[in-house]
Design a protein around this ligand. Structure first.
Ligand code: TYD
Length: 212
């Protein structure tokens, strides 16, 4: 995007193992001597953490979740705008490697297909928010939503506003991610998230290594 850095994002449904793979990639890249900035959306900055709390955990006084789809899309885009300007671009300009859990593909999949906003508009909104920033590599960990739900339930953490959506929502999100990957095959690496953790990590390393 800018500078001599490398920007890698991880995408996929909830429970697909993004965080584990991002951590393993970070450890490996750091072992080669490069500086890595590990971050995520929503919530990669101080302002972002406030937005994350609002967009993922807000409950109205009557117990309902009262953020409409357009407001939700704008909150994710606001987090993204601040995150890219204040953390991602400066790190890439310094020549560092940025490894990030989720980026604009999550908005296109969750707010576009999941909430049924216009996917093109959602993407344009994020591109406007970030002045057109796109990652060098996006790893999509593809997982059937029922397998993902079983993993999340085993975790025993309370579900956030998005995780709590029905299975049809998560099925639409999955299809949207796969369609995004097919449309931008140069940027995406799509992997079957049911494969063993170490095999996935090896494939991701092999894909990223020549770009370092
Ligand atoms: P994430 O931080 O990956 O979840 P976890 O709590 O497991 O660490 O993502 C939080 C949720 O936000 C996830 O359900 C996907 C959703 N999300 C969107 O709907 N749109 C977006 O643009 C982003 C970045 C996330």
């Amino acid at each position: 995007m800018t500078g001599s850095g490398l920007w890698v994002t991880f995408e996929g449904g909830d429970g697909s193992g993004k965080t584990t793979q991002a951590r393993l990639l970070q450890e490996w890249i750091e072992s080669t001597g490069r500086t890595v900035v590990r971050t995520r959306e929503p919530g990669g900055t101080e302002v972002g953490r406030t937005l994350r709390e609002l967009v993922l955990h807000h409950r109205a006084a009557d117990g309902t979740s009262d953020i409409g789809p357009r407001a939700e899309a704008l909150l994710f885009a606001a987090d993204r705008a601040h995150h890219v300007a204040s953390l991602v671009r400066p790190a890439l300009d310094r020549g560092e490697v940025v490894i990030q859990d989720r980026y604009l593909d999550s908005s296109v999949a969750y707010q576009g297909a999941g909430r049924v906003l216009d996917a093109r508009e959602v993407r344009e909104l994020s591109l406007w928010a970030t002045d057109g920033a796109l990652p060098d590599v996006t790893v999509l960990l593809d997982l059937d939503p029922s397998a993902a739900r079983a993993r999340l339930e085993a975790d025993d953490k309370p579900f956030d506003r998005l995780e709590a959506q029905k299975d049809e929502f998560h099925a639409r999100v999955r299809e949207a991610f796969l369609a995004l990957a097919a449309a931008e095959a140069d940027r995406f690496l799509v992997l079957d998230a049911t494969r063993p953790v170490d095999d996935l990590a090896a494939d991701i390393r092999a894909h990223v290594a020549p770009r370092l």
